[in-house]
Design a protein around this ligand. Structure first.
Ligand code: Z5A
Length: 219
């Protein structure tokens, strides 16, 4: 039986580079938090199940061609489709662990270096989406990524693109905007060590949230 009640859930986002282990760590984190008594829901972007998600999937698999701006707006719309659900689910006390969010949205589109698709342009359609409580960025050195096998067949799984994505992500960490609140974890360690580091970053935030709710008298 979940032991936490009355308190809103935390919105946790795991971001990272290709092969950084996001899927592996999202699953691990959910299991861990569940065993601690949290109610958990997961989410991943792109969510390929909705009609918009299906269009994104076709694009990523090179079955459909799209203008850079169009696919960018579809990725954003794919998040907006879930915005209300996120707010309501958190309110019901569920903690959400989300695999990629608007950080990926900005960076992958801007990495195309299309002159009319700047990082600022890419940020705009996502402004107003629910803000995560904690964002963990799994950073992976290119040499480590290479050890994890070759690239897949999807659109962005090419060396040059991945390098630009990495540079832009690292740039975001240094930027003064809200994106700089990402917590960095070195994803090059073992699955267990990476998992423990993620948990350390998250536990501090969960404690903060619990303290806030108890101060507000809602626990
Ligand atoms: N995209 C975008 O352009 N705009 C947006 O708004 C959004 C996304 C949201 C699809 O994303 C593409 O969409 C993606 C970004 C773009 N393009 N690229 N590249 P996706 O999330 O559906 O797909 P993905 O990034 O390719 O995710 P993935 O395949 O699920 O990778 P991962 O989750 O980071 O890694 P993993 O599957 O957990 O692990 C990869 C391998 O490494 C696997 O064999 C593991 O067993 C191994 N692994 C994991 N951890 C370790 C450690 N610690 N040591 C050694 N080996 C490990």
């Amino acid at each position: 039986e979940p032991k936490i009640s009355g308190q809103r859930g935390a919105f946790i986002v795991i971001e990272g580079l290709d092969r950084a282990g996001k899927t592996t760590q999202v699953k691990r984190l959910c299991d861990k938090l569940y065993s601690q008594g949290h109610n958990i829901k997961t989410l991943r972007f792109p969510d390929r199940t909705s009609p918009i998600g299906k269009m994104i999937d076709s694009y990523l698999q090179s079955k459909a061609e799209m203008d850079d701006h169009v696919i960018h707006l579809l990725f954003s719309a794919n998040r907006w489709e879930k915005a209300k659900w996120i707010v309501e689910t958190l309110r019901q006390g569920y903690t959400i662990v989300c695999d990629r969010y608007y950080y990926s949205g900005m960076v992958y589109s801007a990495a195309k270096y299309n002159p009319t698709l700047s990082l600022d342009w890419a940020r705009a359609p996502d402004v107003g989406l629910p803000r995560p409580d904690v964002v963990v960025f799994l950073n992976l050195e290119p040499e480590e990524a290479e050890k994890r096998g070759g690239y897949g067949d999807e659109k962005y799984e090419k060396k040059e693109m991945q390098q630009r994505v990495r540079e832009l992500f690292l740039g975001l960490l240094k930027s003064p905007g809200s994106e700089s609140d990402m917590q960095v974890v070195n994803a090059g360690e073992s699955v267990e060590i990476v998992g423990d580091r993620i948990l350390e970053k998250i536990e501090a935030k969960l404690k903060e949230l619990a303290a806030e709710s108890s101060r507000a008298g809602i626990v």
